[in-house]
Design a binder for this molecule. Structure first.
Ligand code: 2AM
Ligand code: CA
Length: 262
């Protein structure tokens, strides 16, 4: 049996150390490369941070598997055992262009069930974290259990990408939804947007394409805060593939599914 309290203390130490290294890198010049397309960026800091976690995990927890965005972990094919799902920098475009609005994201799953989740907003020194069955926190402050939010007062996280013609979803449904809510926001980091849903800064978040490392930490934290995370049709998220992700406070999740998304 894994000792989750001990693992939690260890991860928090590593996250602080990785955060300090990333902060220190602000004065260095970055090596920036494009991945799947010219706007899909990776830097030397993403790769070094991923390597930092992988080396530490392999030395402390050699029987755990690692799924990392930059591909230096394992070729994970099944959810059996303990799996660390890591995005060393979620919001790399923001990291490169703004030096803010990016985060380290880590979800630790055992046999497909989330046990620990972390999203660290390095610039603001805000660590959102959760432990299964124990709740969610921002630094040392417990997050309040999310209450029902009506559509008219909802502040929804959604990127303009999904409100224009796109391959993944009928944008007209989302345009009507964007008109009906109180306001929309887009931060360019799925992990942070999920942390904001968990902490009530956003009432909900919708995206059509997220990879496991974008949502693994956030899904855990939102659920421990009393929110709901599903696919855009209300289905179960697959932790090993790209998913559309819909996270929201209770009440709002049901209302948006019924009125706009199904
Ligand atoms: P990243 O910065 O780690 O790549 C930006 O809209 C959000 O979507 C970020 O969380 C970003 O993560 C993620 N993202 C960007 N391109 C993606 C892709 N091709 N597949 C899945 N997620 C992506
Ligand atoms: Ca990333």
């Amino acid at each position: 049996m894994a000792n989750w309290t001990k693992i939690d203390q260890t991860v928090k130490r590593w996250i602080q150390e990785a955060g300090a290294n990333i902060r220190a890198s602000f004065t260095d010049s970055l090596t920036i490369q494009a991945k799947s397309n010219p706007n899909d960026l990776v830097t030397n800091v993403d790769k070094e941070t991923e390597r930092f976690f992988i080396e530490n995990i392999r030395s402390q927890f050699p029987d755990h598997q690692i799924l990392g965005e930059e591909g230096q972990g394992d070729n994970v094919q099944s959810l059996q055992g303990v799996i660390w799902i890591i995005d060393p920098i979620d919001g790399t475009m923001n990291f490169v262009h703004q030096q803010r609005n990016f985060a380290i994201s880590i979800g630790i799953y055992e046999d497909g069930i989330g046990q620990l989740g972390y999203i660290y907003d390095i610039v603001h020194d805000e660590l959102y974290h959760a432990m299964k069955g124990q709740g969610a926190w921002m630094n040392d402050t417990p997050l309040k259990k999310l209450e029902k939010v009506p559509v008219e007062t909802a502040v929804l996280g959604i990127s303009a990408t999904w409100l224009i013609n796109n391959r993944h979803f009928d944008q007209n449904k989302l345009v009507q939804l964007a008109k009906d809510v109180r306001g929309t926001r887009s931060y360019g980091s799925a992990a942070l947007e999920l942390a904001y849903v968990a902490s009530g800064r956003l009432s909900g978040y919708i995206t059509m394409r997220n990879a496991p490392w974008d949502f693994a930490g956030g899904k855990m934290i939102v659920e421990e805060a009393g929110g709901i995370v599903s696919t855009i049709n209300g289905g179960e998220i697959d932790m090993l593939s790209v998913n559309p992700v819909f996270a929201a406070a209770p009440g709002l999740h049901e209302a948006l599914l019924k009125k706009y998304l199904l």
